[in-house]
Design a protein around this ligand. Sequence first.
Ligand code: NAD
Ligand code: TYD
Length: 347
Amino acid sequence: MNILITGGAGFIGSHVVREFVNRYPTYHIFNLDALTYAGNLENLKDVEGASNYTFIKGDIVDAGLINTIFEKYQFDGVVHLAAESHVDRSITDPLAFVHTNIIGTVNLLNAARDMWKDDSDKKRFYHVSTDEVYGSLGAEGLFTESTAYDPNSPYSASKASSDHFVRAYGETYGLPYVITNCSNNYGPNHFPEKLIPLFIHNIIENKPLPVYGDGKYTRDWLFVEDHAVAIDLVFHQGKNHETYNIGGFNEWQNIDLVKLLCRLMDQKLNRPDGSSEKLITYVKDRPGHDLRYAIDADKINKELGWKPSVTFEQGLERTIDWYLNNEVWLKNVTSGDYQAYYQKMYN
Ligand code: NAD
Ligand code: TYD
């Protein structure tokens, strides 16, 4: 099988590429990535020499390139992760999200539809999406696969749109697809603009920890390697034209999570208890900030037997250890453009 994974040098994509390259020596894995600020080939150093792995630098918005590689490599399956993924960036530059998340996805769908028209029963288009498409929950309730879409940010609106296009290509052209909607991931190789890696980075550097609003927003957190295993499972065993929610059964209010992270970091850095908490700084809220995300992951659990393998404490400890042991990675991704972005967002 020739499998195209898009966005494989980013956070989740790099873990998915590693999972597929190592677990399936008889597949050939093609990783297509434009290497935006969020893509980093250092994430895949350990597999770059594997004989069943090829990296292609390219943009999913470039329809000509997509058609060319589909023709050249005759992909049997696509696992589509490439996206603009940060809500705050989507607020300052929505069009970048329209281009990559919507037009880029439709380019891939067009190529898959055209190339697979005679043997589509043997193919699979896997679209990786987010729980954010469902909008915001109040204090109670969980997102299920039948919750109506109600996106609030340009990011979630662009992901919702791409999900609809995937489903529409299934209905209209018979494209074989699966979609998963996952909660917030955390773990190694996470670009330090999202909550957990940003705060780990700032604690190391003794910089303020900018908590939006009152910090009482709630997210469900999943260790990234557990997400990669779920993607592997759904790719191979998920039912055609179905959606699966993936979650960590692990809800945290931001402020409680940040305090836990502060305690763990004080221990790891041998700093006096309470040092990191002193860095907490409440800042202006994110516009359109979703109050609560929570996932009902019963379907993937019952149908495919998936559940998270690590507790939050174990996952966080592995994440912190990874950042402390990979200072060069962190230094490289937080130089140059990152500094300008940080100034713009937080000053
Ligand atoms: P990321 O921002 O870390 O990585 C995105 C990758 O896509 C990068 O390598 C980037 O270079 C690449 N990319 C961006 N634009 C591209 C383009 N036009 N052409 C080719 N490549 C391009 O994102 P992530 O957190 O790893 O998320 C991956 C996917 O998972 C996204 O589709 C996202 O919506 C989804 N998702 C993320 C989370 C999360 O918590 N991070 C949760 C649920 C779903
Ligand atoms: P984030 O990691 O950006 O993920 P998402 O918005 O996709 O859920 O943010 C997680 C939560 O943390 C969200 O409620 C926003 C909040 N947050 C802060 O309080 N401060 C920050 O600097 C960032 C980046 C996020």
